[in-house]
Structure formats: structure tokens, C-alpha cells
Write a protein that binds this ligand. Structure first.
Ligand code: BGC
Length: 931
């Protein structure tokens, strides 16, 4: 018997071991490893204390993570068993996003390798992930041996539009010789201005307008390129084109803000490891040569570019070029007061090419092309020309109904490019140091004998290099067009900073517009790093000002020491939105002090909790009492908006303090919020919940209700007044920049879903579909910016590309399609679609959450409601279904009853909430259309 038992004992052991090894073998490795705000294997990385994130494989067996282990080393060979930088060891936790590095201090230029593995819900360990890596950039000013280098272009600058100085673009170059082959080489570079760098005649990158725009008197971003394959032993040449950009060019209508239009300069440090072990460093200094006699004669972001092909300098960026007649460059030292830090988000890139432009009119002199999409970027023109002729390229957002090429709404921005031909024949030209916002392009000055062709113009769509993140679609063509207009509005205005508009003499980082659109932006595009980078500029700008004021615009080119409620609050609202959507606490830690100081700013301006500070209020509310400019602020009083946002920001600071464990601050700001709310209700609402103001507005009730500023009994009464105001507007919206984003949230909470659908699907002004009926392909600044019948709104401030009203997107994704975060970062998801049979038969939202793909797609067919849901691993969800009474629910074809493996969280006749884990599900039930 004993023998028998040892045999079967061994048998079970082998079986168990086999199972173990095969189950271990089966627990797939984690994937999509990223660093901090979503970086994959970056070089020139900004963060020496990164956060690690990974995803569990979306496969049947993987539900949740019970533990993880991260190992970090200075070489691949040490992984996974001998990490010399950090070993987290096994951590019992389901956290798989933003795990902070806690190892040995990392330093500039350091190359670091890392791996991760996890234990699944059955405590079975996975395989180790693939090895990922990151290489840090130059983190400190002291890492730079280079000097700011360039020509003094101020002395021969040109008086441009409005007598603003225009610097001639510079061409700078340097030759150097290497004694042996190159093992590796890194080019660290930036500019006061914008640049394009070449090595041995080759473009180093496809970056557009690097390094981008920051508060240059505080911080200038640096960029790192791997140029190992571009440099060889022997003679080499590095060459840089340099133009004014945001640093030295006309920006905003005000005065010069950066070093008084100082001449643009480059800062460049090429670090080469040679195969013979030697290290060579080439820096920008007085040994560089320069000229302003290159083909780009003038370049301005607002006004366009002038390119003279007769001045092209073949091979100027190679070693076979004679620059002996060029000027010596001037140098400047690096100031400690201006931090040089690796760029912490993606550069701008050409992200798409519009190839199907169509000629809409042409004469011998000029031809007009329709790109069919209001886009941002530059044209690529291939046009037959005569030697010496000048091609003029103009841009417009919308032609008048008589075909007039309308540019008045560009205001003082000339936004025109010129190309002077050097030969007869077809030329190709892509403007480099400017960008335009346009749907229509007019060409004139081309070879008059040539027959214009559609392919003469292509559109290079340019924006920060973020990826698509989420999608929304539905059965309704105009709702889908609205989604397209929202996403194009975002592409067109997320150009290194979030701009209000891309075409006129503004294009500025307006804070109010940004705070209303950030949730919709984060759904559609992976803009986590984009926003956190901009928030750093906001902090740097606030810190300059003593009383915690956050200016209207970041970077602050107005420098008028003024703030507005609803705008400055972006410093609290955006971090809170990013945290809830990504689950990344770092954004709260980095911005908490800024938020506290902003609330203190309100306090410094408040008497009895009513702040007396400037407010743009409910900007561009339709049908304002006052006409013209004065009406732009709508009829909801500034003091009302100040107090509402003072309370809201204090409340958010309290919640943020709670998440960060700052209990003192949490309590203090919670009490402050309550005090302000009490003062607010007393001052602005009567006992019937009516807004104490001659002119009633929808937004006054929306802010009071959405920010939870009224006692429950007053709130109920106020909700009635809101419905009356909407009724008075024939069930149209009557809201501007601040009321519009919260209108759907408030009506939804009130259960007024059908009313919100009616408002959303309105075709007449003011509504989202009105602009679509007038031909909109982006979001407009005004609800009536243009009409086919009357042309452009006469107001001079009138852009056809402002994303603020696109904030409706959030409600479309979270409620119409029904995909929303229930816990930060979608760790828990709420699937709660609200199908409306009057307007829709289907809607769908898909999102790449920090844990993987999540999806909510429903359709109505013959009274059958089908809902397909995907829940990523390591998360869970609550699925809300409304059903006709006594109708059964089927999940993956099985009837839902007591024996089902699903936990019912709530059940009443009409609504049921089901808890589900990771996986794919199809819910089915009957819906009576009249119900
Ligand atoms: C900008 C808007 C901004 C508003 C505030 C306008 O000029 O285009 O984006 O929100 O000013 O007043």
C-alpha cells in the first residue's frame, strides 16, 4: 500500500507540478508598459522619478491582479533576477497603473531598463513582461556646456504687421571631424524660437515648430534626438534653420513679452561616444557660422511665410558647402533663472494629410480649393510656375455664399504664404515656420497657362503628437457629424498648448475654454501628458504673481495681472478631471498648492464670501440683453459667477486634499465651500428658489445646481425655474461657455433626459446642429458664427474653430453611449446608456482606458435592446439597464435569474444594476417604445 501511495504521491506531484508549470506558462505576461503620463521607451525623458503602468492581457482567464513585482536595472543582462536600481519585490496589490519608482536616484543621460510581472486572481504568477527602457535627458542647467548661439537679427529686422519687428529666419551651421566610428550619439537641442535641424544633409526629425511654447522666462523645453546613424567618422556637418516662433514673433495683440523680441537663438549639444572609447561633445558656440540670406525670408505664426527659391543653398547642411562668407554668430550664457528641462509631452507632428481637396472656383489669376474640413497646419503645394513669379497662398474658413474668399475674421493675422519661383516648372512648397487654420485655400501667381488641378494642394494636418484614445458613433448622421466636429476642433486647437482658436491674431492658451473641454479631450485623445505639461506652465506663471492669481491665458502673453472666475479655476478643475479619468494622483500632488493659492486669491478679493474680481461670466451666451461686445459676457452677473466658482474650487480643493490625505486642508476647504454656498444662496436666490435678478438665465440655475450650492428644498424649486427658462426658449439651450458643458449633466441628474435629447437634436439656433446645418466641420466660437443666408456674424471676434461648445462630447460618451468612470482611472466602470427611441436606434463608445479597452455599444431592433459591453482586466463594472416591466434580461444568451453568476446591485421594476467583472458581455431585453 505504502509503495502504491508513494507512486500516486509522485504522480500527483508531477501532475501538480505540471499544472503549476503549465498554468504559470499560461498566465500571459503584462503588456503595454508605459511610464508616467503614458510614455513608451522614451529617450531624453524628463522624469527621474517615473511611475510605472502596465496592462493585463484581455483573455478569458485573467480577471484581476492580486500582486505585482517591478525590477529596474542599468543593463538588460541584470534583468529580471539581479536588478541593481530597484526591486519592488512582490507587492500584494491590484494597482497596475502609476506605481512610483522608489529605487536608486537616477541621473541625466542614464539608460534604465525595467520589467514587471503580476499574480492573477488565483495568486498564479505571470511571465515577466518584455524588457522596456527609458533614457533620461539633460535634467539640469549644469548639464549644458553649450551657449545660446545665433545672429543679431534685431538690427536688420523688418517692420511687419502693426509695426511689429519681424526677424529674418537664420541658417546656422558647424562642421566637425571624428577620429573613429560612432558607437552612439545624442543631440540635445532647443531654441528661443522654433528650429529645424539637419545632420549631414539629413533631417533629424519630423517635429513641427519644436521646442514648443512655455513661459520662456521661466522654462524652456529641450529635445533629445538619437543621431547615431547620421554621424560618421571623419568630417560631419550639423545645420539648423531658426525662426521666431512664439518666442520672438508677434503673439497676441499686446506688447512684446519675451526678452523684448530678442533675436532667436539655438542651444545645441551633440554628445558622441566613439567606438574607440573616446567621447566627443560638439556645442553651439561662437565657432558656428550663420546667414539670413537663405530661402525663408520671413516667417511668422500669425502672418505666414515668404520663401524665395532663388536663395536656396544646395548642400548647405552637408560638409560640401563653403560658408566662408557667412557671419560669425553671437553667443549668450545660459541663465539659471530659466530652467532647461526635457520636454514632458509630445512634439507637434504632421498627423494626417488631406489629399482630396476640390477646386470650387478658378480664373486665370486665381483658383480656390475646398479641403472639405476646417483644418490646422500647412498646405503642400505642387504648382506649375514661371521663374521669378510669386505664388500667393491665402486661407479662409468659409466662403460667402457668393463665393467671396472671406478672411476678415482672421483680424490682423495676415496668414498668407508667398513662394518666389527660381525656375519655370512645377514647384513643391511646404511652409515650415508658420501654421494656418482654414478649410479653403486660394492660389494666385501660378503659371497662367496651366489648367488648375485638384492635386495642386494637399493639407498637412498638424497637432501635438497624441494618439486617438476613444471613439463615439451612433445611428444619427448629425450626431456623428457633431462628434467629427468635436474631434477636429480638438485636433485643430491642441497645438503644443490648448488654444482658443487657430486662425486669427489670438491662438492663445485661454484657461476657461480649456477647463470645459478637457474631459472630452481626454476621452478622444491620449492627452494626459499634454495637459500635465500645460499645467506646469500654469504653475510657473501663477508663482510669478504674488496673490495666487491665475491669468486668463497660459503662457501669459497679456501679462495684465488679471484673472477671471470660470477661467482661472482651470488650475483646480483640470487636475481633478485628469485624476478622475486617468487615476494618476501625481497630477493632484503637482497642482495642489496652485489650487489652494487660487482659492486664497478669491478669498483676498471676497467680502462676505462674495469675490469682487473680473469675470467673463457665461461668455457668448446667446440672446444677451446687451448687444455687441458688451453682450459677450451674457446676462449671468459676474459676481454670481465669481461666487459660484469660488465655492466650487474650494470644494474641489477639499476633495483633492482628501485624496492626498491632507485632512486639515480637506476640512478647512470643505467648511469654506459650505460658508460660500450659504452666502451665495442668501445673496442670489429667494425663498422660492428664484434667481434674484431682473434677467433670468439658464446658466444661473445650472451653476447653482451643478456646484451643489443650494439647500435641498431650494434646489428643487430652482430646478423648476430652470425648466421654465428652457421652456421660454422653446426648449432650446440659452447658455454660453460656462453653462453649456453642465446643461446636460444637470438635466440628466433631474431625470430630464428626454428634454436634453430634444435640446441636443434641435436643428434651429441656438443648437449644436444649427452650425452643422450651416456647413460646420468644427465647433464654432458662437452659436451663430455663420449662416448660409447671412454669411459671417458681424462681430469681429468670430472664429469657426473654437472647441468650448464641444464639451457636450462628455455627455454623449458617458450617457448616450453609456461609458463612464465610476472610480478614478476607470478602475470601476459605469455602463449606463440612456437610449432614446425618438432620435436614435444605436450608439457606441469605445475607450482605451488605463487598464485596456472598454466598450459600451447598444442598438434597438424591433423592440429588442441589445447592449454589448467590454470590461478590461483588473477592473469591474456596474451595468445599468432600464427595461420594460416584467421583461426578462438575458446575458450572453442566458436568462438573468437567481441562479445567474451575476450580483444584482439594484433592482426595481424599470431599472436594474448588475455587477460584472472583466470580460465581454451582451445584454438583451425588450423595450416598449412608449415606455
Ligand atoms: C477667446 C476665448 C476666451 C474669451 C474670454 C476670447 O477672445 O477667444 O477663447 O475664452 O476671449 O474672454
Amino acid at each position: 500500500m505504502a509503495h502504491k501511495s508513494t507512486l500516486c504521491h509522485v504522480f500527483y506531484l508531477i501532475l501538480f507540478w505540471g499544472m503549476m508549470s503549465c498554468s504559470e506558462k499560461n498566465v500571459q505576461k503584462p503588456s503595454e508598459l508605459t511610464l508616467s503620463e503614458g510614455f513608451k521607451n522614451p529617450i531624453g525623458f524628463f522624469d527621474a522619478a517615473p511611475a510605472f503602468s502596465w496592462k493585463l492581457p484581455a483573455s478569458e482567464g485573467i480577471k484581476t491582479q492580486s500582486a505585482y513585482q517591478i525590477v529596474v536595472a542599468s543593463s538588460k543582462e541584470l534583468l529580471p533576477n539581479n536588478p541593481d536600481l530597484w526591486d519592488s519585490e512582490k507587492q500584494n496589490s491590484s494597482q497596475s497603473t502609476f506605481v512610483k519608482y522608489q529605487g536608486v536616484d537616477l541621473k541625466s543621460r542614464q539608460k534604465v531598463f525595467w520589467q514587471v510581472r503580476y499574480w492573477n486572481q488565483d495568486e498564479t504568477v505571470s511571465k515577466w513582461s518584455a524588457i522596456n527602457a527609458f533614457e533620461l535627458g539633460l535634467l539640469k542647467n549644469s548639464d549644458w556646456k553649450a551657449k545660446w548661439t545665433g545672429l543679431d537679427t534685431a538690427k536688420d529686422s523688418i517692420k511687419g504687421v502693426r509695426k511689429f519687428l519681424m526677424h529674418r529666419p537664420q541658417y546656422l551651421r558647424k562642421e566637425f571631424t571624428l577620429s573613429s566610428e560612432v558607437a552612439s550619439a545624442r543631440l540635445y537641442i532647443t531654441a528661443k524660437g522654433v528650429f529645424d535641424v539637419h545632420v549631414n544633409g539629413k533631417d533629424v526629425s519630423d517635429d513641427v515648430l519644436p521646442p514648443g511654447w512655455t513661459p520662456y522666462n521661466k522654462r524652456i523645453e529641450t529635445i533629445t534626438y538619437n543621431v547615431s546613424d547620421l554621424i560618421t567618422s571623419g568630417k560631419n556637418a550639423i545645420a539648423v534653420e531658426l525662426a521666431s516662433g512664439w518666442h520672438s514673433g508677434r503673439i497676441s495683440r499686446g506688447t512684446a513679452v519675451y526678452e523684448n523680441f530678442a533675436s532667436p537663438k539655438i542651444l545645441c549639444q551633440l554628445e558622441i561616444n566613439l567606438k574607440d572609447g573616446a567621447k566627443k561633445v560638439i556645442v553651439s558656440d561662437a565657432s558656428w557660422k550663420g546667414t539670413t540670406n537663405g530661402p525663408i525670408r520671413l516667417a511668422s505664426l500669425y502672418d505666414g511665410e515668404v520663401y524665395d527659391a532663388n536663395l536656396e543653398m544646395p548642400n548647405w547642411s552637408t560638409t560640401s558647402f563653403d560658408d566662408s562668407l557667412w557671419q560669425a554668430t553671437e553667443i549668450e550664457a545660459i541663465l539659471d533663472s530659466v530652467k532647461l528641462e526635457p520636454k514632458r509631452h509630445e512634439t507637434i507632428r504632421t498627423k494626417a494629410v488631406i489629399e482630396d481637396a476640390e477646386i470650387v472656383s478658378s480664373t486665370k489669376e486665381s483658383v480656390i480649393f475646398d479641403m472639405k474640413q476646417n483644418m490646422v497646419g500647412v498646405p503642400k503645394v505642387n504648382v506649375p510656375m514661371k521663374k521669378g513669379d510669386t505664388l500667393t497662398i491665402r486661407f479662409s474658413e468659409m466662403l460667402l455664399s457668393d463665393g467671396t474668399f472671406y478672411t476678415t475674421n482672421y483680424r490682423s493675422a495676415k496668414s498668407t504664404d508667398y513662394y518666389i519661383a527660381a525656375t519655370d516648372g512645377v514647384i513643391e512648397y511646404i511652409p515650415k515656420f508658420t501654421f494656418h487654420g482654414y478649410q479653403f485655400v486660394e492660389l494666385s501667381g501660378f503659371d497662367p497657362s496651366a489648367e488648375p488641378k485638384n492635386n495642386w494642394v494637399k493639407g498637412l494636418v498638424q497637432h501635438s503628437n497624441f494618439k486617438k484614445n476613444g471613439t463615439f458613433s451612433s445611428s444619427h448622421e448629425k450626431l456623428n457629424q457633431l462628434q467629427s466636429n468635436i474631434t477636429w476642433g480638438l485636433r485643430d486647437n491642441l497645438l503644443d498648448v490648448p488654444t482658443d482658436c487657430p486662425q486669427r491674431d489670438e491662438r492663445l492658451g485661454w484657461t476657461g475654454d480649456a477647463q470645459v473641454i478637457s474631459p472630452t479631450a481626454l476621452f478622444n485623445f491620449d492627452t494626459h501628458a499634454f495637459w500635465t505639461a500645460w499645467l506646469q506652465s500654469m504653475r510657473e506663471t501663477q508663482s510669478e504673481i504674488d496673490n495666487g492669481l491665475v491669468p486668463f491665458i497660459i503662457p501669459d502673453v497679456l501679462q495684465n495681472n488679471r484673472a477671471s472666475s470660470g477661467w482661472g479655476d482651470a488650475c483646480v478643475v483640470i487636475p481633478w478631471d485628469i485624476y478622475n479619468i486617468t487615476g494618476d494622483k501625481t497630477v493632484l500632488e503637482e497642482n495642489f498648492e496652485m489650487g489652494k493659492k487660487w482659492v486664497a486669491y478669491y478669498q483676498s478679493k471676497a467680502k462676505d464670501f462674495i469675490p469682487d474680481t473680473h469675470s467673463f461670466a457665461d461668455w457668448l451666451q446667446p440672446y444677451p440683453e446687451k448687444g455687441g461686445k458688451m453682450g459677450n459676457r451674457g446676462d449671468t452677473p459676474g459676481k454670481f459667477v465669481n461666487t459660484a466658482y469660488f465655492a466650487h474650487s474650494a470644494h474641489l480643493v477639499s476633495k483633492i486634499a482628501g485624496v492626498l490625505g491632507k485632512t486639515e486642508d480637506e476640512k478647512k476647504h470643505k467648511n469654506l465651500y459650505k460658508d460660500i454656498a450659504a452666502a451665495f444662496e442668501k445673496k442670489f436666490f429667494d425663498e422660492n428658489g428664484k434667481f434674484k435678478n431682473k434677467k433670468q438665465t439658464q446658466t444661473s440655475y445650472l451653476l447653482a445646481i451643478y456646484f451643489d450650492l443650494l439647500q435641498p428644498e431650494t434646489k428643487v424649486k430652482a430646478q423648476k425655474h430652470l425648466l421654465e427658462e428652457i421652456k421660454k426658449a422653446n426648449n432650446h439651450l440659452g447658455t454660453g461657455f460656462l453653462g453649456t458643458p453642465i446643461l446636460p449633466m444637470v438635466l440628466d441628474d433631474m431625470g430630464e433626459i428626454d428634454l436634453m435629447y430634444e435640446i441636443l437634436f434641435k436643428e434651429t439656433y441656438p443648437s449644436w446642429f444649427y452650425s452643422i446645418n450651416q456647413g460646420a466641420t468644427t465647433m464654432w466660437e458662437r452659436w451663430n458664427s455663420f449662416s448660409k443666408a447671412n454669411g459671417y456674424n458681424p462681430q469681429s471676434m468670430n472664429s469657426l474653430n473654437h472647441y468650448a461648445y464641444g464639451a457636450i462630447g462628455q455627455w454623449m460618451y458617458e450617457r448616450i453611449a453609456g461609458l463612464a468612470p465610476l472610480e478614478p482611472g476607470y478602475k470601476k466602470i459605469r455602463i449606463a446608456p440612456i437610449p432614446n427611441t425618438q432620435f436614435l436606434t444605436s450608439a457606441s463608445a469605445n475607450l482605451n482606458t488605463p487598464y485596456g479597452k472598454a466598450s459600451s455599444s447598444w442598438k434597438l431592433e424591433n423592440g429588442i435592446f441589445l447592449l454589448d459591453v467590454i470590461i478590461p482586466p483588473n477592473t469591474s463594472a456596474e451595468v445599468h439597464l432600464s427595461k420594460s416591466s416584467n421583461q426578462d434580461i438575458f446575458i450572453n444568451g442566458n436568462i438573468l435569474d437567481e441562479s445567474s453568476p451575476f450580483k444584482l446591485i439594484q433592482k426595481n421594476k424599470k431599472n436594474i444594476v448588475i455587477a460584472v467583472r472583466a470580460g465581454a458581455y451582451q445584454f438583451q431585453t425588450k423595450i416598449k417604445s412608449d415606455e
